[in-house]
Design a protein around this ligand. Structure first.
Ligand SMILES: [Zn+2]
Length: 211
């Protein structure tokens, strides 16, 4: 079984959440210009592309991104596919056959098949409804992975989904591309950059189907 890269390529012009700092890679030195090496500077938001939301993103007493346990960021995850719906609801999750012992849940939606192909931010992306967030918490899931730039409905009047998940200490991974996955168990690795005291961090995320 091969490892599948679930991360979004970081590049200039990539879609970012409205108001976020656009990604920019600034060349500082280039061998082609007679310099001794190639060297660049990065500018980006902490929630750019594939990234992790630690509880402190929405909960003042919550842990920061560098305090997240590696044991939760690496391990067995269950993949569900919920297609053709504008939102992932508790009913859809209840019908998806998530095993009782699932601690990590990756939710593939239509986002993985269309939103990432578009260069601009898609405000009508599929989101996790607040009742689905409550379902996740009640089921004892500790990490949830979603496939666009926010787990929350765009312009939701209150950030209920974030508050429910992060308030319960559930790690949220956003901005995954889950197109290549099928429902079932995978090995999952998601390592956010160790930004001290960070409210979020870009991550490389990979999965491999379990035999
Ligand atoms: Zn985020």
């Amino acid at each position: 079984m091969e490892w599948i890269d679930l991360s979004i390529p970081l590049k200039a012009g990539m879609p970012t959440y409205p108001g976020d700092t656009p990604f920019e890679l600034k060349p500082l030195l280039r061998i082609a210009d007679g310099k001794v090496c190639n060297l660049s500077a990065l500018q980006m938001g902490t929630h750019t592309g594939t990234h992790v939301d630690p509880p402190w993103h929405f909960v003042e007493e919550g842990v920061r991104v560098d305090e997240l346990p590696l044991d939760l960021l690496i391990g067995k995850a269950y993949v569900v596919s919920i297609r053709g719906a504008p939102a992932v609801t508790a009913d859809a999750l209840a019908a998806a056959g998530v095993p009782e012992d699932a601690e990590r849940l990756l939710i593939q939606t239509d986002n993985s098949f269309s939103a990432w192909d578009k260069p601009h931010f898609q405000p009508d992306f599929v989101y996790l409804a607040p009742d689905a967030a409550e379902w996740v918490v009640h089921r004892g899931i500790r990490l949830v992975g979603t496939d666009y730039l926010s787990v929350e409905q765009f312009r939701a009047p209150q950030p209920l989904t974030h508050r429910t998940l992060l308030g319960a200490g559930v790690i949220v991974v956003e901005g995954l591309n889950l197109r290549a996955l099928e429902p079932g168990w995978v090995r999952f690795i998601c390592l956010p950059l160790r930004i001290e005291g960070g409210d979020g961090a870009p991550a490389r995320a990979v999965a491999r189907k379990m035999a």
